[in-house]
Design a binder for this molecule. Sequence first.
Ligand SMILES: NC(=O)c1ccc[n+]([C@@H]2O[C@H](COP(=O)([O-])OP(=O)(O)OC[C@H]3O[C@@H](n4cnc5c(N)ncnc54)[C@H](O)[C@@H]3O)[C@@H](O)[C@H]2O)c1
Ligand SMILES: [Zn+2]
Length: 392
Amino acid sequence: MSRHDFQIPVSFKHRVCFTRDAFAPGNRLVAELLEEGGGRKVLVLVEDAVAAAWPELKRRVGEYFADLGFNWRGLRVLPGGEEVKVDDVLVREVWQTIDHERIDRHSYVLAIGGGAFLDAVGYAVATAHRGVRLVRFPTTTLAQDDSGVGVKCAINAFGKKNWVGSFAVPFAVVNDFQFLESQDEDVRRIGLIEAVKVSLVKDAEFFQWIRRHIEALAALERAPFEECVERSALAHARHIAEGGDPFETGSSRPLDFGHWAAHKLEQLSDFTLGHACAVSIGVALDTLYSARCGLLRECDAERVMDVLDTLRVPIWHDALDLRDAKGRRRVHEGLEEFREHLGGELTVLLLRDLGRGQDVHALDEGLVDACIDDLKRRAAALGAEYSPPRVS
Ligand SMILES: NC(=O)c1ccc[n+]([C@@H]2O[C@H](COP(=O)([O-])OP(=O)(O)OC[C@H]3O[C@@H](n4cnc5c(N)ncnc54)[C@H](O)[C@@H]3O)[C@@H](O)[C@H]2O)c1
Ligand SMILES: [Zn+2]
């Protein structure tokens, strides 16, 4: 017998940038990023909704790279939204385009779109040639304040969210605030839920800042809005870089506060409930639960609920009331699926304070039900004024 253990040290540079109008002729940010990597070939993939909202984009991107002397392989418009994660049709199309344009591991693929588009394109790019350089341009609030700075990508399989995918640190992430302006106002506002989430689990001072600016944030005032997106993105990136488990090999996933229910609700709604809306409901549920199980002070839970209320994010969806043949709420299944996805022991992060989480390894189903009933009452009390936003 013989056994040899080798350590393979690998480190990644995670470039996270913020700008406005990245393809303006005088904006050197993207050029400098690509020059740093040394490659010359550039292929740009744009989500159709973004291409439609910014009709000048194709011409401007082409001119930008032609002026800088890059080997510009064109701009393709491709479908986006959660539907593209349901199967591998988009993934295959991206593989084909990469092959057709002779994109190699030193070339760049720039992907411009929402979180779902970036997830599916990112998976295709991470697996083509075992990984081509990807520059992400997230175009939704949620994608800029959370998913775009992440180091993973996935599509759904077997009806489960993000079942097939990979960890792959993008070459760079460019958050261009201008793209956010063409979003539907509800999508734009509700995407801030991931900022609320990260502040609750990581940064008490950030949560207090959100509370102080909540009216302005709800009104989409540009300066506080962009500051909130940037602080959130950096909090996520910092956790990934410095949290000790960038590729989630452990059983705990601290940035996924509220997500065990959220992922299940997306699935139970046949993905008609968007991720941001589902997370809003999940954050509300786990906040109430944190208080009911005695971890979080009631008054602090109410402070969180006030923030959600002013931000006008949903706290209810009828999928919460779907039951199996035995009358058990189906959302409870989300807990076991969450454990399966991570592997190991069930670990759910709850709140012990505003800005501080605590891992627990079991939830009391009766208490979860009581919290769901509470959410239903609260949503009903908001009455006629409350209409759940229609978000894809
Ligand atoms: N990889 C990760 O680390 C990670 C983390 C969190 C969430 N996610 C994933 O991100 C996805 C959600 O992302 P999302 O909230 O951006 O939703 P999304 O990608 O579905 O976009 C929402 C809608 O906005 C449209 N859109 C996008 N940008 C636009 C723009 N600038 N102007 C006009 N319309 C625009 C899209 O076409 C879509 O209809 C989910 O699939 C979720 O699982 C991934
Ligand atoms: Zn999320």
